[in-house]
Design a protein around this ligand. Structure first.
Ligand code: 3H9
Length: 685
């Protein structure tokens, strides 16, 4: 049965799509839409058309699962052209998300009405693409060039209200969408000429008078676009919309679309779209496992981590009791939470009333006893096993039966922590990433005894607080931090052998990371995990810590920092490195960038393969989700596993073997990686 049906309401033909879950514009939908328009043309009694979708949303875009397969006609550009060419007015009635191809259907329609909660956007750039069904040509004509540039290059949607304000939507509908859309169609059914977006020029005039606008926009956005192909292609296509007649602009759009589509970046970004959605699925749980209710959360520790964690729940409307040992630390912690909210409000992303609402949900306390009625308690205290065990022992006596007890540990053994309680089935790790109110990643650490419903609860809760959760097994550092270890080990050794922090960091930044290992160490604080004995200097890091070079917070670490936290190479650090070299009898050699890639990035892939082999990650794509959302691995490279596949696993193995001698005992080749390379297999496809 076609997902597209039609029904008449007076002289309006309602074209209804029913293609759950998101009304993606797959082949049957495209075919049905064209047939429905033909039907409207053929029937004299039909004077206007309304395109409407059932379910939670208007068309959310092309069907991404069809990408890479042979395309079946009619293609979307043909469909939208057919809609625009209809001789009877077509009204798109929008609710939910009119995204990508969905917005292109709406743009080709002659009128657009929307409910106020609707969102309109062209997220193609996030899939490494551009709107390829006339969107780059029609959007600037309907919404203005600046708006089109912003929407197309960010991929972020705008609200229906904003869309109304910029002319993208003709009317906001309060009340029943179908009824009002039909009434609107009746209002406009005799208006001639029918407004055709592709024939409009009025909103292009300003940009035509100021073509420098495009280069200005490129400069303004250069940092965000760095490394990505798709944003520039989007800009170029919109530039064509003002520089060329519509028919030629569309050809440019098609060419640029096809170029992007055949590239690795689009494949990586589309892979990642599905990887993110797969991550929430847990293998092997009993069917129908129901989550526990979480209506109140306790957080132990009001430091940076505890405060950030609390904000996630407060923002989602879930009450939090936050516990500290000392009044001043508690006051400081709650003060920072308020300040963070106020900073968000100052940027216009929250109202003062919402700040007050969130803060009203927060109960500061000096006593763990106040956590007795919490459904979930998250410990975010000092990273030390004895301290954690003591806290969990106490919680065991205080928490109500069935409460979930979580540790925010970033390395420690969750099973050992769970064993400090009489209810290990209720214990798991919830590893938030700093800043915890902002970073999207949540590692859900599954202990040997963690109950299925506890896991299901954690995954659902993650959605509620807008995190992307990935399940990890119990091992040192779980998925993300465990992979950092070989990278840092090799980076440190490379320093001794002749590389500089600047060179190693540059290689990572050029690869697309937000920063390299030493920049990251300076940001996080070099003193984290340091033994705190300034007389014990065994490593370069010990030497830096001993002289108070703890990173950005001290204005000095691997780099020197000015008062605006801008880094510069440090002669002092070079002196320390030179000292270590001479003590170890190392003559520095020239190290090329490729060696840095092989010893740091390839060795991360090797560790990831071990993680996968040991079952510490459920699937290769979960590892990619961790590194993209937790550490800023460039999404256009798809994550470490996808990237390894594009490099070729045999190339990775060869590179590692080339470096094996230099990496010494710190390195063993993952048997899984070796096997897959040998068999010509991939991790991700
Ligand atoms: C495009 O339009 C190109 C054109 O310009 C040119 C063509 C020539 N296709 O996210 P959810 C699945 S490119 C296929 O969990 P939510 C998704 O995998 C497209 N499947 O729901 C998931 O499946 P499962 C431009 C899709 O409520 C299920 O639907 N459009 C598509 O949190 C539910 O998804 C986009 O990029 C799709 N387009 O969020 C929009 N979309 O249940 C992409 C979703 O098996 N989609 N699925 O895991 C979204 O942003 C969100 O899905 C949306 C709903 C906001 C719509």
């Amino acid at each position: 049965m076609s997902p597209i049906s039609t029904r008449r309401h007076g002289d309006v033909l309602i074209v209804l799509s029913n293609n759950p879950p998101v009304n993606a514009l797959g082949h049957a939908v495209r075919e049905g839409l064209v047939a429905a328009i033909e039907q409207a043309e053929a029937d004299d009694a039909v004077k206007a058309v309304v395109i409407l979708c059932q379910g939670s949303t208007f068309f959310a875009g092309a069907d991404i699962t069809e990408f890479g397969k042979p395309m079946q006609l009619p293609m979307l550009p043909q469909v939208v052209d057919r809609i625009e060419a209809c001789t009877k007015p077509v009204v798109a009635a929008i609710h939910g998300t009119a995204f990508g191809g969905g917005l292109e259907v709406a743009l080709a329609s002659h009128y657009r009405v929307a409910v106020p909660s609707a969102k309109l956007g062209v997220p193609e750039v996030k899939l490494g693409l551009l709107p390829g069904a006339g969107g780059t040509q029609r959007l600037p004509r309907a919404a203005g060039v600046r708006k089109a540039l912003e929407m197309a290059t960010s991929g972020s949607p705008i609200s229906a209200k904003e869309a109304y304000a910029c002319g993208l939507v003709d009317r906001l509908i309060e009340g029943d969408l179908e009824q009002h859309a039909v009434a609107y169609a009746e209002e406009v059914r005799d208006v001639r000429p029918i407004p055709i977006t592709s024939a409009r020029d009025d909103k292009l005039e300003e940009a035509r008078a100021n073509p420098a606008l495009f280069d200005d926009f490129r400069k303004e956005q250069a940092r965000k676009f760095r490394g990505f192909d798709a944003p520039e292609a989007n800009v170029k296509a919109i530039e064509a919309a003002i520089a060329k007649p519509y028919a030629e602009g569309v050809q440019d759009e098609r060419r640029l679309f096809m170029e992007l589509m055949s590239g690795t970046q689009a494949k990586a970004q589309q892979y990642f779209f599905f990887a993110e959605r797969k991550a929430s699925k847990i293998e092997g749980l009993p069917e129908g496992t129901q989550p526990r209710a979480i209506n109140k959360v306790g957080v132990i520790g009001a430091g940076t981590m505890g405060g950030g964690i609390s904000m996630n729940f407060l923002s989602a409307g879930i009450p939090v009791t936050i516990v500290e040992q000392q009044q001043d630390a508690l006051d400081r912690g709650t003060g920072i939470i308020r300040k963070n909210y106020q900073a968000t409000a100052a940027k216009g992303r929250m109202t003062e009333a919402q700040v007050d609402q969130a803060m009203a949900l927060l109960t500061p306390s000096l006593s763990l006893d106040d956590l007795a009625d919490c459904d979930l308690i998250i410990e975010a205290v000092f990273e030390n096993m004895d301290v954690k065990k003591e806290v969990f022992g106490k919680l065991d006596a205080i928490a109500k039966p069935g409460a979930i007890l979580a540790s925010n540990t970033s390395y420690l053994n969750v099973d050992e922590i769970a064993a400090a309680t009489s209810r290990p089935q209720d214990v798991l790790g919830l590893h938030f990433f700093s800043p915890a109110n902002i970073m999207k990643l949540l590692e859900v650490v599954r202990g040997a005894k963690t109950a299925p419903d506890v896991l299901v609860t954690a995954m659902q809760l993650a959605k509620r607080i807008r995190k992307v959760a990935v399940v990890a097994g119990v091992c040192f550092g779980f998925i993300g931090n465990r992979m950092l270890i070989p990278r840092q080990t090799e980076a440190n050794k490379l320093l001794l052998e002749g590389a500089t922090p600047e060179q190693i960091d540059r290689v990572h930044v050029e690869f697309g990371m937000p920063m390299g290992p030493f920049q990251m160490a300076d940001l996080a604080g070099i003193d984290i995990g340091w033994h705190r004995d300034p007389t014990r200097v065994e490593t370069i890091r010990d030497a830096l810590c001993a002289i108070d070079r703890w990173g950005q917070k001290k204005g000095a670490g691997f780099y020197d920092y000015d008062d605006k936290r801008r880094p510069s190479p440090s002669p002092k650090v070079q002196e320390i490195i030179d000292d270590f070299r001479s003590q170890a009898g190392i003559t520095p050699r020239d190290i090329d960038d490729q060696e840095i890639v092989e010893r740091t990035l390839y060795s991360m892939v090797n560790e990831a393969a071990k993680i996968l082999d040991e079952g510490m990650a459920q699937r290769a794509s979960d590892i990619d989700v961790v590194w993209i959302y937790g550490y800023g691995w460039p999404v256009y490279r798809g994550g470490p596993m996808f990237w390894a596949d594009t490099e070729g696993l045999d190339t990775i193995v060869e590179g590692l073997q080339r470096q094996q001698e230099r990496m010494g005992d710190d390195f063993t080749l993952s048997p899984l990686l070796a096997r897959k390379a040998e068999a010509g297999e991939k991790f991700t496809r």
